[in-house]
Design a protein around this ligand. Structure first.
Ligand code: HEM
Length: 465
């Protein structure tokens, strides 16, 4: 088996830009095709595939790399049996300044060792506790949604998921203004990530993001000291990380836990918000699908869900999957080649950045029937279209870096949908077709305004059949 250069030499090389032999579009000086991608990544990806095939050159945010599509190529990249693709160097430009040393910024053996640190926080017993922690938060907030005069889904779900996060990740019931402060700091971090001026100045989004990172670090640092003073403390993710020890029985350093918890919050929050906001857009215009969800929820009853109930919500799972298929919250994964290799008959030099827009495989008519259509039943047997190729559906990634929070996300979405459809019948305006944004996270630009009607008021069947 090949191994990356034992001295990890590949890290020290700048990105390779010698890609003139590969067809593609460089775009504007420095900016490349950034503006077109921000407007519509899907349209740009389609254009590249139609004109140049599955591998093409593209300029983006000061980098020149390759746009790669195709389920077979993804299988090779994500399996990475030759340790040929670096996640760390792929994401470094995008995440390195604000999420340094997060799990996606680790490669190979070091990544494996650090991922181990987190496994305990995602085992079945831990997930069952998170389920108990999140239910009261969901119940209370979703019930209160009816008091909004003009209800917009996106800010409401963002707040709800933030509160679930502070409960399950940090073990804090009510952060009050501090919760808002954390939210603001993450907003600052994420706007710094997409800022074009990468200079730390007293003004501007880049400098603000750097200050936000420092504030978050010192906030988590003191939380970790408190947790360590009381090792038996909670069942939340941070407490799990504080109790974990490495193979020699040594606890992990405070800095390492700070880095991982900040990255976890980042990785968990906007992704789930994006997926649920798209789902609300589709369900708001499809009362029939909503009623099927309600029937499934009614069958389980009004009482808090137990872990085993989640397996009895196949339709909720198919709806969530269909939203992730059409609108993957991580719309473009990134890798960088460690050594020279060949792809689709082209010579790809070492240190070349690869952009991987997963929605291309997820909407490829080779695998999906009527791929642009929202049709959750495509995931149900016997159709099971997602099984037509191991890489035609990978909204959570695949291989060593596959999303560690996938089961947490699925659980949270099911618990949320159960409560939401039992309490509310909801609809978007007739003919609703919002503009879709891609940056900083994919979502309908207007946040999905919904008309909510209490199921109890309209006589919807909400008793267990
Ligand atoms: C709908 C929700 C989510 C989606 C679509 C999603 C998507 C992804 C994807 C695509 C990756 C892999 C990126 C790559 O290989 O380049 C990833 C990794 C990751 N996700 Fe998620 N995620 C979601 C929710 C969560 C949640 C809830 C958590 C934590 C509780 C989480 C934590 C992580 C972490 C830590 C990684 C890095 C894993 C590694 O490098 O080993 N994600 N996620």
């Amino acid at each position: 088996m090949h191994t990356p250069d034992s001295s990890n030499n590949y890290r020290q090389f700048p990105d390779n830009r010698q890609l003139g032999h590969i067809p593609g579009i460089d775009g504007w000086p420095w900016l490349g095709r950034t503006i077109a991608v921000v407007r519509d990544l899907y349209a740009v990806s389609k254009e590249h595939v139609q004109r140049f095939g599955p591998v093409s050159r593209i300029g983006l945010m000061g980098q020149t790399g390759l746009l790669v599509t195709g389920a077979d190529l993804y299988q090779r990249i994500f399996q990475d049996s030759e340790q040929l693709f670096s996640c760390e160097k792929g994401y470094e430009q995008q995440l390195g300044a604000f999420y340094p040393r997060g799990l996606l910024l680790k490669d190979f053996d070091e990544h494996r060792a650090q991922r181990r640190l987190m496994q305990g926080a995602f085992k079945s017993a831990a997930l069952q506790r998170y389920l108990e922690m999140m239910q009261p938060v969901i119940d209370t907030q979703v019930k209160a949604w009816g008091t909004h005069k003009h209800f917009v889904f996106y800010p409401a779900i963002k707040q709800l998921l933030l509160d679930i996060g502070t409960r399950c990740f940090l073990g804090i019931d009510n952060l009050g203004p501090e919760s808002q402060r954390i939210n603001d700091l993450f907003l600052d971090l994420n706007s710094g990530m997409i800022s074009l001026m990468r200079i730390e100045a007293p003004f501007g989004s880049y400098g603000r993001a750097k200050r936000a990172r420092r504030e978050l670090e010192s906030w988590f640092d003191s939380m970790i000291q408190q947790r360590r003073a009381d090792p038996a403390s909670g069942d939340d993710m941070l407490s799990h990380l504080c109790r974990e020890v490495d193979e020699e029985g040594r606890p992990y350093s405070t800095q390492m836990i700070v880095d991982h918890i900040i990255f976890l919050l980042f990785a968990a929050h906007d992704t789930s918000t994006s997926a649920l906001t798209h789902l609300a857009m589709y369900l708001g215009r499809a009362p029939d699908l909503q009623q099927r969800l309600r029937d499934e929820a009614l069958f389980l009853g009004q009482a808090p869900l137990k872990h085993e109930d989640l397996a009895r919500m196949p339709f909720a799972e198919h709806c969530f999957n269909e939203s992730l298929r059409l609108h993957p919250p991580v719309p473009m994964m990134v890798r960088r080649t460690v050594r020279d290799c060949e792809m689709a008959g082209l010579q790809v030099p070492a240190h070349t950045v690869l952009y991987l827009p997963s929605m291309m495989n997820q909407r490829d008519p080779q695998w999906w029937t009527d791929p642009e259509n929202f049709d959750p039943d495509r995931f149900a047997a016997p159709r099971s279209e997602h099984r037509r190729h191991p890489m035609c559906f990978n909204p959570f990634g695949s291989g060593a870096h596959k999303c560690i929070g996938m089961h947490f996300a699925m659980m949270m979405v099911k618990v949320f949908l159960h409560r939401f459809v039992l309490d509310w019948q909801f609809s978007t305006a007739p003919g609703y077709a919002p503009r879709l944004e891609w940056v900083p996270l994919p979502k309908p630009a207007d946040g999905v305004p919904l008309r909510l009607r209490a199921t109890s008021d309209i006589g919807a069947d909400v008793e267990k059949p």
